[in-house]
Design a binder for this molecule. Structure first.
Ligand code: ADP
Ligand code: MG
Length: 483
């Protein structure tokens, strides 16, 4: 009896002695993270079997602690000692699926693609499904989803992006190894967040081809998460993300209000960060201004560096345009370039958009790219999207155009010209402001939202059929845009 209980606990004793040694040789955080969760299961003929919580866990141990495990075991059990792992494949399934990996004492240093070989072994029967794996390759290969154009070389440096850009370069030369983890890039739309985040990914891949890099938009992440719930393979989803070395998540403001996704992301985030993996997040707002976010997730966002991309200054705008023109092999007069750089101020995407429209216009109409053409275009497309108009201004400009007193729009009059002016004001308010249909209606003649919608449709129809009307509308639009 006594003999039997001694045999039963021997594995525990041996493992505890190993732990004593390991504990003194690695940082205490690592010890707690990677060794305390291990359960010794049995010891037979110098083969110690331990249970680890996930395939990732096994991989990490093999990658980071193979040497200390080997030597400790040898010390405790002598020559011929072996370690076997039981890996819990899926904690949530009731029937625990275990599988065993023999760990021969002689196995020398970790081969190149070792860290992920386990997942492949596992995928023979219990596949770790993930949406980015390219099938048919021997090694686990994740398509990083990077756009080759978005390099650092193509990302023009300026006052507006100096800090983020240099943080990005630091991160790519030492992913996971700087204080910038996560690197949180924020700024308005069109200022280069996606470009910069991708540039980091590209650079990492160049310097460390073995590292697993993944770019994913928050929306895609949300969809994948939802799918995994529907298909009952959330654990595969989590495991997959936990294997990434450099994870780039674009537009995290999209996580707002999605509690369950945030929760899962929180776990992935923690895991990656604890394992020294790099996270890069982008958002249209700084962490403090993000609404609908779980507090503990938000607090994580603030751990690394949050840095802003701001509006490009004139010289940067000029440099970006010139770079683009040069790269595309275009020829555009310098005065036109300067004109665009002067007038398109808020947004790099718009800067590029203007250039593209200008090219399109000149090709379509067989016109040369002149200052005139640039001016015409900028009036149309740029001022258009930037100018913030009030509903009152719109009513005034519409009425001025038809020589009407602005008050008539508020009257009950059903006179054709007044009805039409009212409808136009509604149409422009819907197009050029962010007000709801209900607000627009209440401001223009005290109508309800269905009237506004009807007006909008009527105007849109007339636009297609009535040339004179179209000309009127276009003229008013120009006045509005230049107001
Ligand atoms: P965001 O993700 O912030 O909305 P993007 O990264 O999509 O913005 O950038 C919009 C466009 O502007 C892209 O085509 C990008 O290449 C370009 N761009 C932004 N910043 C720069 C820059 N500093 N130099 C060159 N191109 C830039
Ligand atoms: Mg973007």
């Amino acid at each position: 009896m006594e003999e039997k209980s001694k045999i039963m606990v021997e594995h525990v004793v041996v493992w505890n002695r190993c732990l004593e040694i390991i504990k003194d040789n690695i940082p205490s955080v690592s010890f707690k993270t990677w060794f305390l969760p291990i359960k010794p299961l049995k010891l037979t003929n110098k083969v110690l079997t331990i249970q680890v919580p996930s395939p990732f866990f096994y991989e990490y141990l093999e990658e980071q602690y193979i040497d200390i495990l080997r030597s400790t075991l040898k010390k405790e059990l002598g020559i011929g000692a072996k370690l076997e792992y039981n890996v819990v494949m899926d904690k949530e399934r009731t029937d625990k699926q275990l599988y065993t990996v023999a760990y021969p004492e002689k196995s020398k240093s970790v081969p190149e693609n070792k860290p992920f070989s386990m997942s492949i072994a596992a995928s023979a029967d219990k596949s770790i499904r993930n949406p980015f794996v390219i099938p048919g390759l021997q090694k686990l290969h994740v398509d990083p989803q990077l756009n080759a154009e978005y390099t650092f070389n193509n990302f023009i440096e300026g006052e507006c992006n100096r800090l983020v850009r240099s943080a990005g370069i630091a991160v790519s030369s030492k992913p996971g190894g700087t204080a910038f983890n996560p690197l949180f890039i924020y700024g308005n739309s069109g200022l280069g967040k996606t470009h910069l985040a991708q540039a980091i990914g590209i650079q990492v891949k160049e310097q460390y081809p073995q590292k697993i890099v993944l770019y994913v938009s928050s929306n895609k992440f949300i969809t994948q998460y939802t799918d995994s719930i529907r298909k009952n393979n959330l654990n595969d989803f989590i495991h997959f993300y936990q294997m990434i070395d450099v994870l780039i998540i674009d537009d995290v403001q999209e996580f707002a209000g999605k509690d369950k996704t945030q929760n899962t992301f929180f776990h992935i985030f923690n895991h990656l960060q604890q394992s020294g993996k790099q996270l890069i997040l982008t958002s249209d707002k700084p962490p403090v201004e993000l609404k609908g976010m779980n507090q503990r997730l938000l607090s994580r966002f603030k751990w690394g560096l949050a840095a802003e991309l701001s509006n490009p200054d004139y010289l940067t705008r000029l440099a970006i345009l010139r770079h683009k023109i040069y790269k595309e092999g275009l020829s555009i007069p310098e005065e036109v370039v300067e004109f665009i750089a002067t007038h398109v101020k808020n947004n790099v995407r718009e800067l590029e958009g203007t250039l593209i429209s200008l090219l399109a216009q000149s090709t379509l109409n067989k016109k040369e790219i002149t200052l005139e053409l640039a001016k015409e275009l900028i009036n149309k497309i740029v001022v258009n999207t930037k100018k913030i108009l009030s509903i009152d201004e719109i009513q005034k400009i519409v009425c001025d155009h038809f020589n009407l007193n602005v008050n008539v729009l508020q009257s009950k009059s059903r006179k054709r010209e007044i009805v039409q002016a009212r409808q136009m004001a509604m149409y422009f308010s819907k197009n050029l402001t962010k007000f709801s249909l209900a607000v627009i209606g209440s401001k223009i003649g005290g109508k309800d939202h269905t009237t506004v919608l009807h007006a909008y449709k009527t105007i849109t129809n007339m636009l297609e059929t009535d040339k004179v009307f179209k000309k009127d509308l276009f003229e008013i639009e120009q006045k509005l845009l230049l107001a």
